[in-house]
Design a protein around this ligand. Structure first.
Ligand code: ATP
Ligand code: LTN
Length: 336
């Protein structure tokens, strides 16, 4: 007989820390793919507030930024009727699975994480265990939902590999339990660089405001920031090694317009960097305009945001609890 059972759609999951307003790096590296993938997959997207407390943000600020991040996720076009959109801290299964997975993660492998090494240097006076354990909580976020794909920027690839290793180790010991997740890293935009130091990634917690463009920057601020972006002295718009500043601007322009590098080189053939920077800035302004307009409406509607967050948390709990219960049983925790 023909099998008529509908095939389960592949599952996509990703979270973002509410450490500040997201930059265009977060947007092109991750958030835009979240939106695009939400058309074809079952998607689960969250605000990683438990991850954010590893660097001790001021509590009132964390609360405010978490709400803003949630509103922005809806503003970029995530539909809470179609996708699960939630706050990590509202769903207790994340912390519980993280504890169990700690027992399947090795001290050595966690010590090798580049982000841990970077953050330990940045926060040298407070290398807390949460910072060290960060990738294990991230593995729990992913594995709880049996996610197939995880759309992230290139900087998260190492954490994804660790999540796979932990899952594989658990599966080998206890039988097939977790889906092994694959990173989904876009071809362009996976590593947007700082406008002031194009050898470094653009980061939302960068203290130099000229280094990054936030999704909520006003048009004239965006234009000013691009005008002062660091480039080189060649005055030729072409993608080449050693031209980090121009390569970065070309990537941003490509993300906004869908044009490839060859098309961009042709478009700006014979034109100077001034014209090019302005065109990139205008493309970014246009790209962000609808997001900013929707955000302005949503951020004042706390009742709606809370209603969506509550619904998201309930769905996330229902789905993730299935995995947690299976894991608890497999490791031998006493069941009632
Ligand atoms: P922080 O500065 O607080 O460490 P961040 O800007 O690095 O934050 P995260 O919250 O760590 O941002 O990342 C959210 C998502 O954005 C992740 O998928 C990450 O890979 C992606 N991302 C971060 N920075 C960039 C970037 N410069 N280019 C492309 N993707 C990025
Ligand atoms: N560590 C990620 C944020 C994050 C995440 C996740 C991303 C927390 N949990 C699960 C993908 C899947 C970061 O972007 N810094």
């Amino acid at each position: 007989m023909e099998n008529t059972a509908p095939e389960r759609k592949k599952r996509v999951l990703s979270l973002i820390q509410p450490t500040s307003v997201p930059t265009i790096g977060n947007y092109f590296g991750a958030l835009k793919n979240w939106k695009n993938m939400s058309e074809d997959y079952d998607c689960i997207y969250g605000v990683a507030d438990l991850h954010a407390i590893t660097v001790h943000p001021e509590p009132a600020l964390l609360r405010k930024q978490s709400q803003e991040m949630f509103a922005l996720m809806l503003a970029i076009g995530l539909d809470p009727e179609k996708s699960i959109v939630f706050f990590q801290s509202h769903v207790h299964t994340h912390s519980e699975l993280a504890w169990i997975l700690n027992c399947y993660a090795q001290f050595g492998e966690a010590s090798r994480m580049t982000q841990f090494k970077d953050k330990s240097q940045k926060h040298a006076g407070d290398v807390n265990v949460g910072l060290f354990d960060y990738p294990v909580l991230m593995a729990a976020d992913i594995l709880l939902y049996q996610a197939d794909f995880v759309p992230v920027g290139a900087d998260q690839k190492q954490h994804l590999e660790l999540a796979r290793d932990i899952a594989d180790r658990f599966n080998t010991r206890h039988g097939n339990t977790f889906t092994l997740p694959e990173p989904f890293i876009g071809k362009v935009g996976a590593k947007i660089a700082s406008l002031q130091d194009p050898t470094q990634k653009m980061s939302k917690s960068d203290t130099n405001p000229k280094a990054s463009v936030s999704l909520l920057d006003a048009p004239d601020t965006i234009i000013k920031k691009f005008k002062s972006a660091v480039t080189d002295s060649e005055a030729c718009v072409r993608y080449a090694e050693g031209k980090d500043g121009i390569n970065n601007l070309m990537s941003i322009y490509s993300c906004c317009t869908g044009k490839n590098f060859e098309e961009i080189e042709k478009e700006f053939d014979g034109k100077g960097y001034g014209d090019f920077k302005l065109a990139v800035a205008e493309a970014v302004v246009n790209e962000l305009k609808p997001v900013q307009e929707t955000y302005a409406k949503l951020i004042n509607d706390k009742a709606y945001l809370n209603e969506c967050a509550k619904k998201g948390a309930e769905s996330a709990l229902r789905l993730s609890y299935r995995t947690l219960a299976k894991v608890q049983k497999k490791v031998g925790l006493y069941q009632l």
